[in-house]
Design a protein around this ligand. Structure first.
Ligand code: TYM
Length: 334
């Protein structure tokens, strides 16, 4: 009974590359916030990755590594449902239904579609275009209250909300309206070498990976682009000083300190002291995550047991929603 009253939180990450600091601060870190008050579903979004060509062996390896890293980041499989998206066939099924309730114009406006089409001009496939409908299905199968993601995914959550409104407008209260959830400091972590772009695996020199060794992390922070202003003081001003402001966001998200506190801490010290301090804070944040992931990845049997149990629980919940949807839209019951 108690479980029925619990709110639901859900999110996913594509195992298309190694997890990085942007993924952690923008999303994963918020996944365990108030975990005791929520029923939590977190998955490896492997079906989304094939909108861009993947090497099959790498995809399999990364999917399992991502699960180990989720757990190492503090997601206890006893308290969170952790699963692989493709193991729960209802995602594909509801994805198709929701494509029929998503408009061509809406999908055409998606920033991620426009960006990825530019980067993969020789493979602008239907899946890349319809991606947000599958993401809406990922979300709505579990009727979540909150979807903790970084700022770059907000547009997709908004589209999902439009689909809810459209679908519920026709068939009544089928889906719960999900809310986007993020925190100020981590919502948009920028690239260390090009602070006008978001941190992403496609620019590895400006990206810090969760599994990276401390020397490489320190090197990246020491080389981080700061700003060519003459003032050279640590001050939060994203438009004037994007490089320093990004480092402040990272430092704030990692240490919990406010921007005022950070400005006071580095007053009169300049960038030379600030950059290694951010590097060290990140190294210490990631050290236990890296060590625990390395330990877990060796225990394949344990990881398998986690994703099997996760798929079973997720599948049960997903099936309930899918049946309701099929009935509402007029599919004959089996
Ligand atoms: P993906 O795999 O690109 O990114 C995973 C999560 O990391 C966040 N993120 C960032 N946050 C802050 N700064 C950054 N530089 C940064 N880079 C990435 C993303 O916002 C995201 O939260 N479509 C999704 C995956 C997905 C999903 C879902 C998410 C599929 N189905 C259902 C939520 C619910 C994606 O491509 O995220």
């Amino acid at each position: 009974m108690e479980n029925e009253a619990k709110k639901v939180m859900l999110s996913g990450i594509q195992p298309s590359g190694d997890l990085h600091l942007g993924n952690y601060l923008g999303a994963i870190k918020n996944w365990s916030v108030r975990a005791d008050q929520f029923d939590c579903y977190y998955f490896m979004a492997d079906m989304h990755t094939i909108t861009v060509r993947q090497n099959p062996a790498d995809l399999r390896r990364r999917t399992l590594e991502q699960l180990a890293q989720y757990i190492a980041c503090g997601l206890d499989p006893e308290k969170n449902t952790l699963f692989v998206q493709s193991h729960v066939h209802q995602h594909a099924e509801l994805g198709w239904v929701l494509q029929c309730y998503t408009m061509f114009g809406e999908l055409s406006r998606m920033t991620q579609f426009k960006d990825k089409s530019k980067k993969n001009a020789d493979n602008i496939n239907g899946g890349l275009f319809a991606y947000p409908s599958l993401m809406a299905a990922d979300i709505l199968l579990y009727q979540p209250d909150l979807v903790p993601v970084g700022e770059d995914q907000k547009q997709h959550v908004e589209l999902c909300r439009n689909v809810v409104q459209r679908f519920n407008g026709i068939y009544g209260d089928v889906f719960k309206m999900p809310e986007f959830y993020s925190t100020k400091a981590g919502a948009r972590i920028m690239c260390l070498t090009q602070p006008e772009s978001k941190m992403s695996k496609s620019m590895p020199e400006g990206c810090v990976f969760l599994m990276e060794n401390p020397d490489d992390i320190m090197r990246k922070f020491k080389r981080a682009v700061t700003d060519s202003d003459t003032e050279r003081c640590v001050r939060y001003a994203p438009d004037e000083k994007p490089g320093v402001s990004n480092l402040m966001s990272i430092y704030s998200a990692v240490t919990g300190k406010s921007y005022d506190e950070i400005e006071a801490e580095f007053e009169g010290k300049g960038y030379g002291a600030f950059k290694p301090a951010v590097g060290e804070a990140v190294v210490e944040l990631l050290r236990p995550i890296r060590e625990e992931s390395q330990r877990l990845i060796k225990d394949k049997a344990y990881l398998e047991s986690v994703y099997r149990a996760g798929a079973e629980k997720a599948g049960y919940v997903a099936e309930k929603t899918l049946r309701k949807v099929y009935k509402k839209i007029g599919f004959l019951q089996r």
